[in-house]
Design a protein. Structure first.
Length: 176
């Protein structure tokens, strides 16, 4: 019974943080302030179609990352409720920050649909702020928390550019 309650609690916490973090950044703010509410995408317009595809792909990738955080990391996407284990499975085998890349993909899709300078500026500022947060807080925190495991991971997996030719296979790769 305790396992079910723990799983349900983790699912609810993951949902809450998904709404509060990427939901606000890639959903509420673009909808409320940057023209997404007024956008009327047409499937016959290539930019709109590409934008809708990017938004959908980003949402699916984000969902996969959130599930991986819960499944293998036993935590959420929030810095206040992080994974207990270093997550190096799933999309994390190819790039260290797939969750942020998923949100960037959503925002780029919204830029294509909205086609407004404020949305583009918001996206650019968001990318800069996220990069500073990753380098200034997340990476030092992960280094302290996971030590050599994280160091080996960062040596083999890029921060922003996915590598599909040689996915991370865990600590076993670093000993060969």
């Amino acid at each position: 019974m305790t396992g079910r309650f723990a799983a349900a609690g983790l699912a609810l916490r993951s949902l809450l943080w998904t709404i509060l973090l990427p939901g606000v950044q890639a959903g509420y703010l673009p909808w409320r302030f940057f023209g997404l509410r007024e956008a009327r995408p047409a499937l016959s317009n290539p930019a709109d179609l590409l934008g809708l595809l990017a938004m959908t792909a980003g949402a699916l990738l984000l969902g996969a990352c959130i599930l991986e955080f819960a499944r293998s990391g036993r935590g959420t996407l929030s810095p206040a409720d992080p994974p207990k284990q270093l997550v190096v499975q799933g999309l994390y085998r190819f790039v260290r920050n797939p969750m942020y890349l998923a949100v960037i993909t959503i925002l780029i899709g919204e830029c294509l649909v909205v086609r407004g300078r404020p949305m583009l500026e918001f996206t650019a500022v968001w990318v800069v702020v996220v990069n500073l947060f990753v380098m200034g807080y997340e990476e030092p925190t992960l280094r302290r928390e996971f030590g050599d495991s994280y160091r080996r991971y960062t040596e083999q997996v890029g921060r922003w550019i996915p590598s599909f030719s040689s996915p991370y296979r865990g600590d076993a790769d670093s000993t060969s």
